[in-house]
Design a protein around this ligand. Structure first.
Ligand code: HH2
Length: 303
């Protein structure tokens, strides 16, 4: 279990029941690391690098060696439009998403023991992925596909519900929050209630503030700084800050050169009670959080 960085103690812990009798233990403030594997030509930071199964599998295996606690496989970029990314990512038909995903998922399933999450907005893709051995579904549209809840409830697998507003293609324009943290918290509570009503047990739900999805750079920073206010929802929190453009708003750097900013965000998210971090740079994040945790523990035992 990673060392905790969050105060105050005692800590909140959850056990996510995965499929095939597997489990993932989560603790607020001692985040597990989800290594990002983008099987896309157009992801904002690594688009095109892992489109072929071979390099994608190698990359995923490297992330596991580096200490990833789970892998998050995505075969459709969800880069929002209307802001720094222009028109945003091209929507991908389900068949194309499945064709990119399956060869990698099948090979990884036979090679790794860590849980595999699939980042998809489509019920059809989720269904095929779960049949091929995926453990959980990461849905950035939070049940935007009306058939998704049935697929997830039927598989009895965990589900990440991510906050966003509006359509991907336009969500970075016309952003309006009076109090971003309060509104994201209330909207996440409503999304969770909808999922529960559709048969997905609360113990299977992970919540995510959706950094970069319909928020300004300042709002993303505020969400990280006040993450503890989302912890009051009582569900494990996943935070995806890695290499996102709000980092470049503070220190101008291209996506592949945003490690320092990503680590700063990781530390603050951990202090705010994150239980999972979705990251590109697993080894650096793991080492950075280990030392941060050791410093926090030294302070706690001295006090
Ligand atoms: N961010 C991205 C994709 N999926 N899922 C969750 N739960 N939370 C996030 O913050 C999140 C996510 C976007 O990042 P990335 O996968 O690197 O890029 P792209 O969507 O362009 O593939």
């Amino acid at each position: 279990m990673p060392t905790t960085i969050a105060e105050p103690r005692p800590l909140t812990a959850w056990t996510l029941e995965l499929r095939a009798g597997r489990r993932l233990e989560l603790v607020a403030g001692a985040p597990r690391l989800a290594g990002i594997v983008n099987l896309t030509p157009d992801s904002f930071s690594d688009g095109g690098r892992y489109l072929e199964p071979e390099p994608a599998v190698e990359h995923a295996l490297r992330l596991v060696e580096e200490g990833a606690d789970l892998l998050d496989l995505g075969a459709e970029s969800t880069r929002p439009g209307g802001g720094v990314y222009g028109a945003g990512a091209r929507p991908v038909p389900a068949g194309e998403e499945i064709a990119r995903l399956l060869p990698v998922l099948e090979r990884l399933r036979s090679k790794v023991a860590v849980p595999i999450s699939v980042d998809t907005r489509k019920a059809e893709v989720a269904r095929v992925a779960l049949e091929a051995g995926a453990d959980l579904i990461n849905d950035v549209s939070a049940l935007g596909d009306p058939a998704m809840a049935g697929v997830v409830a039927g598989a009895a697998c965990p589900l990440v519900l991510m906050h966003s507003r509006g359509e991907l293609a336009s969500m970075q324009s016309g952003i309006a929050f009076a109090d971003v943290v309060r509104e994201v918290r209330d909207e996440l509570a409503a999304l969770r209630a909808r999922a529960e009503a559709a048969g997905i047990g609360r113990a299977r739900i992970v919540l995510d503030p959706g950094l970069g999805f319909g928020k300004t750079a300042a709002q993303n920073l505020e969400l990280i700084a006040r993450l503890d206010e989302l912890a009051s929802l009582g569900s494990p929190l996943l935070v995806g800050a890695s290499r996102k453009s709000f980092i470049a708003h503070v220190t101008d750097a291209p996506p592949a050169d945003r490690l320092e900013g990503s680590l700063a965000a990781a530390l603050w998210a951990a202090r705010g009670g994150a239980a999972l971090l979705r990251v590109h740079d697993v080894q650096a994040t793991r080492r950075f959080l280990a030392v941060s945790g050791a410093i926090a523990a030294a302070g706690a035992s001295a006090g």
